[in-house]
Design a protein around this ligand. Sequence first.
Ligand code: ATP
Length: 258
Amino acid sequence: MWGLNAKKSEFSTNNEAKAPAVCLDNIAKTYPGKVGVHALQGVSVSFASGTFTAIMGPSGSGKSTLLHCAAGLDQPSSGQVKYGDIDISRLREPKLTKVRRERVGFVFQSFNLIESLNVWQNVLLPGRLAGRRADKKWAREVLERVGLKGKENARPGELSGGQQQRVALARALAAKPEVLFADEPTGALDLRTGIEVLRLIRDAVDKLGQTVIMVTHDASAAAWADQVLFLADGELIGMMQSPTAQQISERMMELNTR
Ligand SMILES: Nc1ncnc2c1ncn2[C@@H]1O[C@H](COP(=O)(O)OP(=O)(O)OP(=O)(O)O)[C@@H](O)[C@H]1O
């Protein structure tokens, strides 16, 4: 069953057939300073393997912080982040990097492409770093589907922002990570390319069984997900399963006027 557990802010995207790929248990994140910022508090959620989850919420509600903590790029101040049996919030380098390389892909707003490598080399890099044999056929298909066929030899600096974002997505998907974290992956794209990118993410979930966790401000992008989680003031305050863009927009309007 999908749904909200009894404890406040404790959500599960599990159904009976699917084990969790990522579990956050009572995560809090406080940024130090004169007045400490409580970016996340009491967040418990598990993301079922082979599902697509969108995370939405007003600006400053903690979406990126949640994504960074879940991806092992930032450490929560308290609480656990588990990938299967591994508690990554307790791992130190180089073990943490190893787990990330083997299991996780990222598409962030800053694309982090390597300028000295061309598009093709950038796309194959994560698999190489993880010591996996490249599936070049899949990498070619991914590049074609994000509309970058013919750009394999270009350097990132020769591409537009939207094209660079698509290289970052192709790079993440080509490595077939178990879990893909995406922060606004369609933010810089025109409508048509954005839809193709979402279709590709959907296929990665439905055909390859990947787990995708995506932060977005766009209700129509979120409507491609299996479920949408809503954050406000650092707390998870709701979940919708298979909502329409209209339903998501209405919920966001409520949150923005809280
Ligand atoms: N490195 C940091 N140092 C101090 N405060 C931070 C830091 N990063 C984020 N914050 C604060 O934590 C809170 C949550 O930020 P976060 O970026 O996670 O929100 P968000 O929902 O992703 O916002 P947006 O939609 O605007 O990108 C905000 O109040 C933000 O100012």
